[in-house]
Design a protein. Structure first.
Length: 132
């Protein structure tokens, strides 16, 4: 950078990027996913590789769909697809939004890249087990 003005502009852009990342750091790229069943004590497996026994909660990456299988002896095994969807107010793409200043744009890009603008549905997953 040859001029003081260019250096100042670079500093301001970096500062905006750091500040915009604060929202992502607060929300994070992971979330707690919960599974409850009636009756409890069902075995839960996922295509993401985690397992638990209901009621349970696990940390999952906000980005990416997965399939959950819930089973218990004497009950019908059930399978559910859990979708990663944009959080309310984040459903449009970046190009479809009105951007107010560089910090909002940088924040949206950071949230999109990290997955912080997403959540899984349904969450919690509530399962009513049926006898075989």
């Amino acid at each position: 950078m040859s001029t003081e003005a260019e250096m100042r502009r670079c500093f301001v852009v970096v500062l905006f990027a750091v500040l915009a990342g604060c929202a992502t750091a607060k929300r994070g790229s992971t979330e707690t996913f919960e599974v409850r069943s009636s009756p409890s004590g069902a075995s839960v497996t996922s295509t993401s590789g985690w397992e638990c026994t209901t009621p349970c909660s696990v940390k999952v990456a906000r980005r990416g769909d997965f399939v959950v299988t819930v089973q218990k002896d004497g009950y019908v095994t059930q399978t559910f697809t859990i979708k990663s969807v944009p959080i309310q107010g984040q459903k449009k793409g970046l190009k479809d939004r009105v951007v107010v200043g560089e910090t909002e744009y940088i924040g949206r890009v950071t949230d999109w890249a990290s997955g912080a603008n997403r959540e899984h549905q349904p969450n919690p997953l509530e399962v009513e087990l049926e006898h075989e």
